[in-house]
Design a protein around this ligand. Structure first.
Ligand code: CU
Length: 271
């Protein structure tokens, strides 16, 4: 097989394999989880494009490797001969990957800036502090400031209103963790001593998992939180409940331990 034939076969294979990529087709075992955030479709498009490019190159390279292994296997009486290589081929397989990398970098540049560099204005602010092995979620409370007594803190329970953009300031208390929301196409390391911002939003009401995507210790497997997108009314209700359970007991209640506790139904209405 001449070099020209190898190149032509490879090129035709490349084109053939790309046709379904542009139609957005993927075999069922390669399907990604449902995309919930407003940028998940853009991430998926890039992901599929890169997967097809690397997949097709992988198949071509491995195919040529197997072909050479069989074609030039050891046979009695056949002598190897020295070859210095082919300059034209060297130039082609250096330039093509170079061009692909530059095109991918340019294609992903805007999306990267939108997701990682430009935080949306007018977004809800939440602080997430990772520790072995839990997620501490902090809301600023009515004064809108973190680190004040009215902050609302929950463990592993992250609620936010559907359709609202949320900016998360990520911290870590101990080791490197990774805040991973697969359905939102968000994954960001939480590094001790650093504040890293990340944002997302949800197109629908639902509950998903917050995983830690960094092997952070023996309990890494159980470092799991819950992310819930509520309707705005449900979110306000939930936040008010959390604020009530976070608030220190009023001095009058502390001074009168003998007062009868309200029935559960009444307590609910009062909160
Ligand atoms: Cu972790």
């Amino acid at each position: 097989m001449t070099i020209r034939k190898v190149l032509r076969t490879g090129w035709l294979g490349f084109l053939g394999a790309f046709a379904p990529a542009f139609a957005g087709a993927l075999p069922f075992w390669m399907k990604l989880p449902e995309g919930v955030s407003s940028f998940s479709a853009d991430i998926d498009w890039l992901f599929r494009l890169i997967l097809w490019i690397t997949g097709v190159i992988f198949i071509i390279v491995e195919g040529i490797l197997v072909f050479f292994l069989i074609r030039y296997r050891h046979r009695e009486g056949r002598r190897a001969h020295y070859t210095h290589g082919n300059n034209r081929l060297e130039v082609i397989w250096t330039i093509v990957p170079g061009v692909i990398c530059v095109v991918l970098a340019l294609l992903s540049r805007r999306l990267w800036a939108d997701i990682k560099q430009r935080m949306p204005e007018d977004a809800m602010q939440v602080e997430v502090t990772a520790e072995q092995f839990a997620w501490n979620i902090r809301y600023p409370g009515p004064d809108g400031k973190f680190g004040t007594p009215d902050d609302i803190v929950t463990l592993n329970q992250f609620h936010f209103p559907v359709g609202k953009k949320v900016v998360v300031s990520l911290h870590s208390k101990d080791v490197i963790h990774s805040f991973f929301l697969p359905e939102f196409r968000v994954k960001q390391d939480a590094v001790p001593g650093m504040t890293t911002k990340v944002w997302f939003d949800a197109a629908r009401v639902g509950q998903w998992e917050i995983s830690c995507a960094e092997l952070c210790g023996l309990g890494h497997y159980r470092m799991k939180g819950f992310l819930t997108a509520d309707s705005p009314e449900d979110f306000e209700k939930w936040l008010a409940e959390q604020a009530a359970s976070n608030a220190p007991p009023p001095p009058a209640a502390a001074a009168a331990p003998a007062a009868p506790a309200p029935a559960p139904e009444e307590a609910k209405k009062g909160s």
